[in-house]
Design a protein around this ligand. Structure first.
Ligand SMILES: Cc1cc2nc3c(=O)[nH]c(=O)nc-3n(C[C@H](O)[C@H](O)[C@H](O)COP(=O)(O)O)c2cc1C
Length: 286
């Protein structure tokens, strides 16, 4: 067991995590269910200092008609349980915070052999809200199914993956995501020094519709990394804020494991950038 509570190096867990949309119908074994409860009850911190709530819904405990109402438009099949993440919208950075803390939980669940899938769009939000009895001012931006992955993906799931070009081998190249000094100079993997592995872990992360909106600008001496999003279109700009939270989680866990120290800071618009990029946060080596 490594200090972080993970049983394997974080890069192995990040590489093995993949969205699971087809589950074996069996409930989670009791020991795993208890582990899940423990993880959800731990205090959750992120560089964004936000807050969020975790709720679980056990599908077999619901009446048949209640089960049917918790639809995911056929995206998810057989999940025995869902985690629903709520927010009271009390910080500008609540989406980034959820991105960070839920991804950390998802990586722990991956380590335990539990399947998950980030879902921001393809679920019947009103019916999930009603099932949880949420007040009007509480947001429910994200859910994930949890369960044991089925032996094989359904054909529909394979279609979804093909549509998003979701496989890790199809992620965008370094030259689209990482830059040094300014945004016209791509950062070459060979020149990324001791941050190379942490950047690669960003590149392999999940993102809404696999849009990979992360853009990282490293200063010329490699000591400060500025995180931006390039959402491509307005429809995805809110979802991209979860994605950047996920990126900071992968980056931070990789650095912590490598013993590289640094601090996070939200700066006043730190750098020249293309017009459609939104600055989010910076990390500085200490
Ligand atoms: C913030 C966020 C929202 C997502 N929303 C959905 C969704 O609504 N429905 C869905 O099927 N997948 C959703 N996904 C999963 C992505 O499509 C998936 O992560 C991406 O295609 C890469 O595949 P992988 O997770 O297997 O690496 C979402 C992922 C993220 C990070």
């Amino acid at each position: 067991m490594i200090d972080s509570g993970f049983s394997k190096p974080i890069r192995d867990i990040i590489k093995s995590r993949t969205s699971i949309r087809t589950f074996s119908k069996a409930p989670l074994p009791k020991s795993l269910d208890e582990k899940l409860t423990e993880l959800l009850n731990e205090p959750q911190q992120s560089p964004f200092n936000g807050k969020c709530g975790f709720h679980t819904i056990d599908i077999p405990k619901l009446e048949r008609d209640e089960q049917k109402k918790l639809g995911t438009y056929g995206f998810i099949s057989g999940a025995p349980k869902f985690i629903a993440v709520t927010s009271e919208n009390d910080s500008n950075y609540f989406r980034e915070h959820i991105g960070y803390v839920l991804e950390k939980i998802i990586l722990h669940l991956t380590d335990l052999g539990i399947g998950t899938c980030w879902i921001a769009g393809s679920f019947n939000k009103e019916n999930f809200r009603a099932q949880l009895g949420l007040k009007d001012d509480v947001l429910l931006p994200i859910i994930t199914p949890v369960g044991i992955p089925a032996k094989r993906r359904r054909i529909k799931e394979m279609g979804i993956r093909a549509m998003f070009k979701a496989d890790k081998a199809q992620r965008q190249p370094w030259s689209k995501m990482f830059f040094r000094g300014d945004f016209s100079t791509p950062l070459d993997e060979k020149n990324a020094g001791d941050l190379k592995s942490a950047f690669e872990m960003i590149r392999l992360g999940p993102s809404a519709a696999n849009r990979q909106p992360w853009r990282i600008l490293v200063n010329s001496d490699g000591t400060i990394c500025h995180f931006f999003i390039e959402p491509s279109n307005a429809h995805f700009s809110n979802f991209a804020r979860f994605d950047i939270g996920i990126a900071t989680c992968h980056f931070n866990l990789s650095l912590m494991e490598a013993g590289i120290q640094g601090a996070w800071k939200i700066m006043d618009q730190p750098q020249e950038r293309p017009e459609n990029y939104t600055y989010i946060i910076s990390w500085q080596k200490t």
